[in-house]
Design a protein around this ligand. Structure first.
Ligand SMILES: NCc1[nH]cc(CCC(=O)O)c1CC(=O)O
Length: 333
């Protein structure tokens, strides 16, 4: 990769949330950028966001989807920050006018993972006993699991990755196990705690839109920063994630509605992408699922694919399922 001479430029300011996961991710991006621009200085600023502060409100009741991102975006817009490193799945599918999503770096494992309470013998969803309690506050996860495994029970579990793990492991807690993103666990050095990868091929569930990928948000029109971060782009991850985000945008779901997705490059030499998605009612009783394989070479084609799958799901009844869920919520903020 070509190195860029940036010695004369001011420090590039990278912002992120103040969780260990967010900091590890931002440091990873900083280290990669430092290799591309060895003379440039990078600074990381962390912010305690609204989403970090309120741990009691059920995630789906927030309505507004931007609780992890809006304060960081204000600093980006005002010029206090140049890049914000997000988990892509926490980014709303529509960004403020003053901001843009840069091309997406190589995605990590997008699947969800099962983690069993320390000391219990279970190793898979299939072998969990009747009434086992799964800790998750994600309705996407609980709805899909209720549908597939009616013998399981669910309990809310919030906090950052380490907090959730400690709650599950606590011998007196009600949790038998929990579900979290494999990528988040792996980035924090917790891969050894994964008992089962829960992709749809293994009796598991479809992951969240953008899961396992990082979103680099920059000021709209900041060509200099775009040129720098574009060096980290992975075209396959970018096209797949844009298709997933277009699906979500068309269905108007936030990060915490029961929409699961999986994208797979079936044949990269032919740019053949397969996207599968499911919309499930909260109790798991109703669902619609569909998939499309097609050629995707451009961002426009990726977006069109996500939109087409969303339209098919709506035709099959997804809008009725989502409307029922939305009527339970406060107005969008
Ligand atoms: N919902 C919170 C969140 N946002 C991003 C990740 C993990 C990293 C990723 O999936 O990209 C997590 C934790 C989780 O869902 O288990």
């Amino acid at each position: 990769m070509a190195k860029i001479d940036t010695a004369a430029l001011r420090p590039l300011r990278i912002g992120t949330r103040r969780s260990n996961l967010a900091v590890v991710q931002a440091e990873g991006i900083r280290n990669s950028l430092q290799k591309i621009a060895p003379d440039r200085t990078f600074e990381i600023e962390t912010l305690h966001t609204l989403g970090d502060k309120d741990k009691s409100t059920a995630l789906y009741s927030f309505g507004a989807k931007s609780l992890w991102t809006s304060e960081l975006e204000e600093k980006l817009t005002s010029g206090e920050l140049d890049v914000v490193v997000h988990c892509l799945k926490d980014m709303p599918t529509t960004l403020p006018d003053s901001c843009q999503l840069a091309p997406i770096p190589l995605r990590d494992d997008p699947r969800d993972a099962l983690i069993v309470k320390d000391g219990l013998p279970y190793t898979s969803l299939q072998t969990l006993p009747e009434g086992a309690v799964v800790g998750t506050s994600s309705v996407r996860r609980s709805a899909q699991l209720r549908r597939l495994y009616p013998h399981l029970r669910f309990a809310n579990l919030r906090g950052n990755v380490e907090t959730r793990l400690a709650k599950v492991d606590h011998p007196e807690s009600e949790y038998t196990c929990m579900v979290m993103s494999a990528a988040g666990l792996e980035r924090l050095g917790l891969k050894h705690r994964i008992n089962q990868y829960m992709g749809s091929k293994d009796g598991g569930i479809l992951h969240a839109v953008g899961q396992g990928a990082l979103g680099l948000e920059i000021r709209k029109g900041d060509g200099e920063t775009l040129a720098l971060v574009a060096n980290l782009a992975d075209q396959w991850s970018t096209l797949a994630c844009l298709a997933e985000r277009a699906l979500m945008r068309t269905l108007e779901g936030g990060c915490s509605v029961p929409i699961g997705v999986e994208t797979e490059w079936v044949d990269k030499s032919r740019y053949l992408l397969k996207i599968t998605a499911i919309v499930v009612s909260l109790d798991g009783a109703q669902s619609v699922q569909d998939s499309i394989d097609t050629t995707v070479q451009t961002e426009e084609e990726a977006t069109a694919l996500g939109q087409e799958l969303a339209a098919r799901l709506v035709k099959a009844g997804a809008d009725a399922i989502l409307n029922e869920i939305n009527t339970d919520r406060p107005a969008k903020g």
